[in-house]
Each structure stands twice: as C-alpha cells, then as structure tokens.
Ligand binder design. Structure first.
Ligand SMILES: Cc1cc2nc3c(=O)[nH]c(=O)nc-3n(C[C@H](O)[C@H](O)[C@H](O)COP(=O)(O)O)c2cc1C
Length: 202
C-alpha cells in the first residue's frame, strides 16, 4: 500500500501573542545554525508564523538550503536565483520582521558597514521591517574590540542585537561559546522591539 502523508496546517498567527506574521530568517555560518531547524519549528508550529529563509554560503555549508525549504514550505535561497522577481526585493517587501539567526562576527561587521556582497547582506540593507540580530561566536571573538565596535554601531543604527549568553560551543564542546539564548527569549525581545518600532512609527 502506498504511504500517505498528512499535512497539518500551522495555527493562525495571533498578533496578540507575537506582533509579526511574516518572518524572514537570515542564517549565517555559525555552528549554531545546526539548531535553527528546531527554532523554525517553534516559529511555524507554535506561533503560526509564515517563515522564509535566506542563507549565507557559509551557513549553507553547515545545513543545506533544501532542509530549510522542507521546514518552511518555501524555497530557501543562498543567491539571487530565479528569473522572475528580484529575491531581495520580494523577500524584504514581504517580511514584517527580519531575524538574523545566528549572526556571525563576519555578518555583524558587514551589516555595520552596509556591505551587501551576498543575499543576506542585501536583504539587511533593503529591509523596511525591523531587524533583529542574534549573535553566536566564541567568547574571544565576542570580546574583540572590532566586534564590540560593530555591535555598538548596529545598536546606534536601530538594530536590536540580542545579548548572547554563555553556552556549550557546538563546534568545540567547550564552554567558551557566547551563543543564542533560547528561541523563546529571542522572540520575547523581538516582540518588544517590534512593538517599540510600531509605536515610534505611530
Ligand atoms: C566549524 C566552524 C564553526 C564556526 N562557528 C562560528 C561561530 O559560531 N560564530 C562566528 O562568528 N563564526 C563562526 N565560524 C566562522 C564563520 O563560518 C566565517 O567567519 C564565515 O566567513 C562566516 O560567513 P557569513 O557571515 O557569511 O556566514 C565558524 C567556522 C567554522 C569552520
């Protein structure tokens, strides 16, 4: 007998619970991207959000884009692929929150300078929606003056940069990591940022 698959639709998003419906996740090449599928399940199936994913080439070396296509039900992109609409314009026009999860030191630096040499960088520059960056890196990187300067610049520019917490570093198994807080904590901070951005827009 042929196997049957049953699709369970995600719950409808409730703006009283989370003040965004369409989330563009921009994934970077931190080992923490290995945990992103679990966070996407929470966004989609606990909160009922519509989620699309773009990846840096480094992120796609950890987890293939196709995995995120399966998890979100939308094509996950690394490049400006396709010959119809322009991906960075279509995606940033669609999103009402951009979540850089995880954010590497490299992408933080590029975002601080406005460098757009890949799809993630271009989406960050083109985004009209609030942008939340969730860094993950080892402690030495996080404390490096260049990274401190970039984070300060990003905060001055109006980005929410979530403060990382001590974690077991996935790539080394040591406690030298400064990683993403649990996704529930990230979402709480993102919700506050969205509400503040909405209030300041009137
Ligand atoms: C196994 C491995 C783990 C890495 N983990 C991190 C990390 O947690 N944080 C970070 O900032 N960079 C990390 N890097 C370095 C980034 O992959 C590298 O800087 C890359 O150029 C980032 O590109 P992106 O910002 O375009 O994704 C790691 C590299 C490797 C090989």
């Amino acid at each position: 007998m042929a196997a049957r698959t049953v699709t369970i639709p995600p719950p409808a998003a409730d703006p009283g619970v989370f003040p965004a419906r369409r989330v563009l996740v921009a994934a970077c090449g931190s080992a923490d991207v290995l945990t992103l599928p679990q966070s996407i399940l929470v966004l989609r199936h606990a909160l009922g959000l519509d989620v699309r994913v773009v990846l840096t080439p480094a992120a796609a070396r950890f987890v293939p884009a196709r995995s995120f296509s399966l998890l979100t039900g939308h094509p996950a992109l690394v490049d400006e692929e396709g010959d119809g609409e322009v991906p960075h314009l279509a995606l940033t026009g669609w999103a009402d929150l951009v979540l850089v999860l995880p954010a590497t030191a490299n992408t933080l630096a590029k975002a601080a300078l406005g460098i757009a040499d890949n799809l993630v960088g271009t989406c960050l520059l083109a985004a009209a929606a609030p942008v939340v960056l969730v860094p993950s890196m080892n402690q030495a990187m996080w404390e490096r003056p260049a990274v401190r300067r970039n984070v300060a610049r990003l905060r001055e520019d109006g980005y929410l940069v979530v403060e990382p917490v001590p974690v077991l570093a996935l790539s080394t198994g040591t406690r030298a990591g400064r990683g993403m807080p649990p996704i529930e904590v990230v979402l709480e901070q993102a919700a506050a940022h969205l509400r503040a951005a909405g209030a300041s827009r009137g």
